[in-house]
Design a protein around this ligand. Structure first.
Ligand SMILES: Nc1ncnc2c1ncn2[C@@H]1O[C@H](COP(=O)(O)OP(=O)(O)OP(=O)(O)O)[C@@H](O)[C@H]1O
Ligand SMILES: [Mg+2]
Length: 216
């Protein structure tokens, strides 16, 4: 079972949006049994899944902790597990990072988000896990986007696909679907497919190596 953890110290970066979209995309493209875990007490991913009509991805209960959820996933033959975390550097988030094969860190192109990245990176480096930034909610022509890409490249690898600011990403979080399920021809659907293809390649060993904590 491969585990992908979404983490960011900064709230509202897009963790829950990405877990929902990537899990449904992985399920759609035939990655085997795909499951999600919500470790955030806010429960946004749980709310999304409860509003969802489709039975997949599988929802694994984490009320008895992450280890129990991972055990249940393995016992249930889950191939790919996505973990959503709360926006903090908490022991629970660190545990989810430690369990990951890949940590995906969504980042908005704002000064506050960029400043908060270092804390997230440190947590991932401490666990020596491979990490991928995903620039989220970007306006492609904006100067801040270019600056963000440069700032992030100092910390690690960034996905070549960025997610733009689009209303459908926000809409579907409340109605239990994904942008592709709202409109398969949408630009958002294409963005998520391209992003998932990149992440899948990383999981197959064609991506960034684990970063380890730098010597002091
Ligand atoms: N690319 C996007 N375009 C438009 N709206 C977006 C986009 N990404 C996220 N949003 C919206 O921004 C808000 C925050 O996104 P989301 O809940 O995914 O972030 P989060 O990192 O999980 O937040 P938290 O840290 O509070 O758990 C949500 O209302 C979501 O619908
Ligand atoms: Mg969230």
């Amino acid at each position: 079972m491969k585990v992908i953890t979404l983490a960011s110290r900064k709230g509202g970066a897009g963790k829950t949006t990405l877990v929902a979209h990537l899990a449904v995309e992985a399920d759609r493209t035939g990655e085997g049994r795909v499951a999600i875990v919500d470790l955030d007490p806010q429960g946004n991913l749980t709310d999304w899944w409860n509003a969802r009509a489709a039975a997949t991805p599988i929802f694994l209960d984490a009320r008895e902790g992450l280890d129990a959820a991972i055990k249940a996933g393995r016992a249930g033959g889950v191939d790919l597990l996505f973990i959503d975390t709360q926006p903090s550097i908490s022991p629970v988030a660190a545990q989810a990072v430690a369990a990951a094969d890949l940590v995906v860190v969504p980042v908005r192109a704002s000064p506050n988000d960029l400043r908060a990245v270092a804390g997230t990176v440190e947590m991932v480096e401490e666990a020596a896990k491979p990490m991928l930034f995903v620039a989220n909610s970007v306006t492609l022509r904006a100067r801040i986007t270019a600056q963000a890409a440069i700032a992030l490249s100092a910390h690690g690898a960034g996905a070549p696909t960025m997610l733009s600011t689009r209303v459908d990403y926000a809409t579907c979080l409340t109605d239990g679907r994904t942008a592709r399920e709202l409109d398969p021809k949408s630009k958002s659907a294409a963005e998520v497919s391209a992003l998932w293809a990149h992440i899948e390649a990383i999981l197959e060993g064609k991506g960034p190596r684990a970063r380890t904590r730098r010597a002091a």
